[in-house]
Structures are given as C-alpha cells and as structure tokens.
Ligand binder design. Sequence first.
Ligand code: MGD
Ligand code: MGD
Ligand code: SF4
Ligand code: MO
Length: 712
Amino acid sequence: MRSEHSTICPLCEATCGLKVSLEDGKVVTIRGDADDPFSQGYICPKGYALKALEEDPDRLRQPMIRGRRVDWEEAFALIESRLPPLLPDVAVYLGNPNVHNLAGQLYVPVLNRMLKGRNLFSASTLDQMPKHVACAMMFGDPMSIPIPDLDRTDYLLIMGANPLVSNGSLMTAPNIKVRLKKIRDRGGKIVVLDPRRTLTAEHADEHHFLRPGSDAYFLLGVLHTLFHEGLTRVGPHLHGAEVIERLVADKSPEAMAEACGLEAESIRRLARELAAAPSAAVYGRLGTCTQDYGTLTGWLIEVVNALTGNLDRVGGAMFTKAAAGAKNTAGTPGSGRGYRQGTGATRVRGLPQVNGELPAAALAEEILTPGEGKIRALITVAGNPALSAPNSDQLKQALGELEFMVSVDCYLNETTRFADVILPGPSHLQRTHYDVVFAQLAVHNFARYSAPVLPLQPDQMDEWQIILRLAQILSGQPLSVDQMDSLVASQLGDRYGLAASGELSGPDRLLDILLRAGPYDLTLAQVQQGPVDLGPLQPRLPEVLRTPSGMVELAPPELVQDLERLRPSRAEFVLIGRRELRSNNSWMHNLPLLMKGPSMCSMMMNPQDAERLGLKDGDLASVSTEEASLDISVQITATIMPGVVSIPHGWGHDHPGSGQQVAARHAGVNVNRLLSSQRLDPLSGTIVQNAVPVQIRASSTSDSGPHEANLG
Ligand SMILES: Nc1nc2c(c(=O)[nH]1)N[C@H]1C(S)=C(S)[C@@H](COP(=O)(O)OP(=O)(O)OC[C@H]3O[C@@H](n4cnc5c(=O)[nH]c(N)nc54)[C@H](O)[C@@H]3O)O[C@H]1N2
Ligand SMILES: Nc1nc2c(c(=O)[nH]1)N[C@H]1C(S)=C(S)[C@@H](COP(=O)(O)OP(=O)(O)OC[C@H]3O[C@@H](n4cnc5c(=O)[nH]c(N)nc54)[C@H](O)[C@@H]3O)O[C@H]1N2
Ligand code: SF4
Ligand SMILES: [Mo]
C-alpha cells in the first residue's frame, strides 16, 4: 500500500517541507513539498538522505551498554544505580541536533534544571553564542537577533556565511539560491566579504577577500564613514549613537584598510551604498562569530544596521515574531531585565557562565583537574564534542576518565564510544516536528507542524521520554515518565496562566500551551491542519525590546570596553573552516549517498602559498599548532586568500571499532585537534575556530598508510 506524508526536514535551519512516499511502511521516495508555502518544493542532498538515514544498518535502534545491545530496562537500571551517587558532579553537553528536535527544545530544559545551574555545556559556545550575547546586550533578549528581510531587501552584505552551502543559519530561509537571485532580479545588490570566494560569493555581485578575524576593522571603517559623511540615521529608539561617533572618530577607512585587507575606497563605497540603498541588511554568521572578536563583530553589524536606518525597517534587518515559545513576545512589551549571563563560573579557569551555560572549551579541564567539584559524570545529548570541540586529544582523554557517561544518540561514534550507556531515540521520520527555535529566526512568520511519518515500534522509546526518564533519575522522585510529563505540562501552563490540555500528552501538549500563549493565539489543532502563514516580518520596535531602558542599546559598556582588545593578525598562515553541501558537522558521514565523490576533508591553499612551500595539488602538508600536528592533502585553489588555509571540521572517523563502517572509509582528519581550548572570545566564552595561526610545511610522511582513508 502506498501513502504520501508531509514532514518538515529536521536536518538544518532551512526547515524545508518534504513529501515522503511510503510503500508497505517503507520509504520509497523523498522530495521537496511543492505545497509548502515557505520552502515551495526545495530540497537539498541531505534532505534526500533522510531515506538512507532511516535505513542505515549502523544507526542504533536499541540501547547499548559498553558495546553490548540491551533492552531499556537494563540500560536504565544501570544508569539509576550509577548516576545519582555522582551528583552534583554531573555535567550535560548538548549538541546541535537538539535545536532541530522537539525533545531537545521542550524537554531538555527539564534535564538541565536537575543540574541546579551548574555544569551545563553546549555547542552554542562553539557557534552562535557571540551573537546571542551581543543581541541580549543591545535588545534585551539573546534570541532577539535581527534577521535580514531577504524577500524584500534591496541590498545584502554577507559577512562570514556561505548560505548556498550551509542553507542558512540565524536566517531560516529555504532555497537561499532562488531568494538571493530574486534580490538581483529586482535590481538589488549582494556583496560578500569572506576570506574565501565561496559558492555564495559566486552568486553575488561583488566579493572581497577579507582577512580572517578582521571584520570589526571593516565595520568600524564603515561607521566612521557614516558619521564623517553625515549619512547616519538615528531612529527614535536608539540610545548611545554619540558614544559610537566618538569611538569611530579615528577609525577612517584608511586606518582600517590594512588590517582588514580591503582598499580604503572599497570600505567607503560600501558604507555609502549601505546608507543609500532603499533598504539594506548586513548579515554576519559563523565566520563572524567563531573568531577572536565574535561578540564585538556581532554587535558592530547591528550598529551598522541601526545607524543606516535599516534596523526594523522593511527590507532591512528585522525581528521575527514567532507563534510559540519566544521570550520576546512574553512579559511586558518594550522593556525588561536585559541580558542575564548567570552567576556561575568554571572551577578551573574561572570562566564566567554565558547565557546560563559554561564554555564548552572548559569541559575537558573540568573533568581532568582533580579537586572538589570535578566533573565525574557526563550526559551528552545529540552531540559529538570529541570531534566538534577544541583540543580534541585532551577532550578524548577526559571522556575516558569519567566515572560514568550516558549518551542520548543515534550512532556509536567518537564521543559515544566513551559512554557506558547509549540511548538511541527514534529515527528522524518517527517524530513530531515543529521548529520552536528556528521559527524565531525565520525570514517570514510561519507556524508549521508535522506528525511522525513512521510509527514508533513497541520496543522504542521516544526521545522526549528518554530525556524525561533521565531527568527523573536525577531528580530522585518516584515518578513515571507520564507523571513527569504531566508535571512539566502543568508547570508550563501555570507559567502562562493556561490549563494544559487533558487530551494531549508529550510534545503536543507542551506545544499547544506555547501556541495558545503565543502572540497569534493559535492552537495545536490549527497547526495540525497544515502550515499557517503569519505573513512577512513586521516592524517590532519598541515592543520587541526587553532592555531596562526600553531603548536599543547601541553602546553597551562591556562591548565598548572589549574594543580595546582588537589587534590585527600578523601570522604568516591562519586557518579557517568551511562547510560542504553533503556533510552535516560530524555526522551523516555513514550514508554512501552523501560520501560519493572526492574527499571533502582537504586543506585549501592559495597557489602562491603552495608554490612557496613547494606543495602540489594532492600533496600531503603537515599543519601544526602548539596543541597538535596533522597531515592532510592539499587542494590548491585561487578561491582562497593568500596566507589563509581552510580545513572543514567533523572528520577524523579513524578510531578502530567505530560503529560506522562507511564513515570509517572516509575518515578524514580532525581539525579540532589543532585548536586551543584556551583561545576564546571572552564575552561569549566561544572558541576561536577561524583566524587561528598555524605552521605549515610539506609533510615528510609518504602518501600512503593511514592517509589513504582521507582520500575517500
Ligand atoms: N573547527 C571547527 N569546529 C566546529 C565548527 C567549525 O566550523 N569549525 N562548527 C561548530 C558548530 S557551528 C557546531 S553547531 C558544532 C556541532 O557540534 P556537535 O553538536 O557536538 O556535533 P554534531 O556533529 O552536530 O553531532 C551531532 C550528534 O548528534 C547525533 N544525532 C543526530 N541526530 C540526532 C537526534 O535526533 N537525536 C539525538 N539524540 N542524537 C542525534 C549524531 O549522531 C551526532 O553524534 O561543531 C562546532 N565545531
Ligand atoms: N551542508 C551543511 N550545512 C550546514 C552545516 C554543515 O555542516 N553542512 N552545519 C550547520 C551549522 S551547525 C551551522 S552553525 C551553519 C553555519 O552556516 P554558515 O555561517 O553559512 O557557515 P559556513 O558555511 O561555515 O560559512 C562561514 C564562512 O565564513 C568564512 N570565514 C571564516 N573566517 C572568517 C572571518 O574571520 N571573517 C569573515 N567575514 N568570514 C570568515 C568562511 O570562509 C566561510 O565561508 O551551517 C549549518 N548548515
Ligand atoms: S536545506 Fe536543510 S532543511 Fe532543506 S532539505 Fe536540505 S537539510 Fe533539509
Ligand atoms: Mo552550528
């Protein structure tokens, strides 16, 4: 029997609507859903790969205790006997797929509460935390991130993002390629600033090489020009423009040019264009976050948006208004308590909490350093820090020294192989989906829900049930998962003064409360009928603000002070990352469909540099930092700036006994072995992954042996 089901792809921030055809309960085809008003039929190779993911024989379907498949009862019995005695020295690490999963969005906070404000780590401090901190200081809430009004803008300046490959981030917008093309078709302009001429740059009107880590210099030069030439527009809700004017008085394009690598005239012209465009948005993403000056850069981008009159303007950088779960639609409109970083700090280095969590860069030392409060047990949920976090050699050693570790994950991999117990949730097609997080970051207001395409099997637990069971074990309360769930629902209802539905349970019940409490008064029943189009983004100032002053804070003192740290890079070679269309961070590498073609794990290098070092295309180069040294094959290309090399992250599946046979054949090398866990953006605790100084030479190792795995 054949049937067709709509679902929302949970693999990246684009949140495409997909149509899945089933025959006798098996997936036959997956295609883009032409009826989805937001994604209009778009699908990328990873979306197709949901079928392969469903069928992957190496995906875990049963809990595991130290490599042995067991039933749920045995798995939880072990956890129940081992984990509670290790409290309060239990830590949680949350990986990226949590934000793509209702269990992660709605139930993981219950697990986190069991830590009582301590020892919470996540991939956010490997990623977007700088933007949260900058926006929380400016607008009062970490999720009040201005989003480019992509479908109406006349001018888009992209810094440190490659949305044609990543499919967009902190800018939920399916089918970026078409959306960008439409900007140009309507006479608009796209400019990309990136140390690499990316696929996105190829689809832009203009691309400039920008030195890694130097975005702040460019933005200061732009701001100087705006003031110097009288091009600023200080809207009614902006506070602190005069402080910015003083700060940039000596930051002329001429003074900034060398540090950022653009000509002074280009900086000046781009400033004028931003000011003159009928509407414009500066959009910065990963490359502007995971660098030495991540929070500074995230801040200066929004200052430019604000002072060109583009903040909150149609076609500019606007605030999404989500239907469920947004903090910037709760509480008193227009003002609030402002940014709250948390009062805790790490034990070893005293690194402050940011936005309630601790920097992931500190995880290894918190496990390895003896003393009171040492982390003795770890729960990872949908994360692979052994490959994604810095100084991986040290982190792997730390994971090996834990007294107990539990991983909620669908694969045996570089991280979960250290776990005493692995608890696999159901597959990505077996779950209810609603993007509570990404609907807050979208270029259009939507509420979209999808029911599971495939049913849960009797021997499976849903992921939210697994999380609640772990929370219950840590709480020590004699409650069943259903009782925990009802408690969570009634607490959530109380927060909004609403009664939890008596007919629903699980994520549906929580989502129903959030929708009813949200600004559009929707219900679960309404979103279950199909996508609800809530219209284009609307101006939201001052209602969106939650700052104590009720104003946009253009010059928060902490950020102004952080400017003193700004220094140009002088290294001969700096390392940056990149993303590939057929890869998803450290996973999905076990799907043959995506692993076809040449190895994705190579080091890009400019021909001038290669010639100087005597390297030819495909040669092995040795790359080193104080942390480690690794050999990797060189890909010579003029698309990368001289003095810059690029290695993607998420590779290094070379551990014997890994549970992923295909990934092991495409092992690659782990770039995060090279990164120092000491080098952080101080205000956000975020690890520096771009503009990292490295030494490079031709490798003395012959092109054979373990490197063969790297050639795919
Ligand atoms: N050098 C360098 N390092 C980087 C980056 C970089 O650009 N350069 N990027 C950083 C960024 S932006 C990020 S977000 C991090 C990502 O870092 P992590 O979040 O730690 O790693 P992922 O590779 O996303 O690992 C996802 C894990 O979740 C599992 N998984 C997948 N789906 C599910 C699910 O539905 N449920 C559960 N329970 N598990 C699931 C996978 O098997 C895998 O183990 O890496 C960071 N590290
Ligand atoms: N196919 C695929 N899609 C993904 C992912 C994936 O692994 N694969 N990962 C997902 C995740 S977790 C995230 S966070 C998003 C990230 O999405 P994007 O932000 O689009 O990330 P990248 O493609 O890494 O693009 C970062 C760009 O910054 C540039 N860059 C590096 N350093 C600097 C700098 O100092 N200044 C400037 N201006 N540019 C710099 C790099 O050359 C690169 O082109 O992608 C998501 N989508
Ligand atoms: S772009 Fe992202 S959401 Fe869309 S199909 Fe690809 S992986 Fe899925
Ligand atoms: Mo990320």
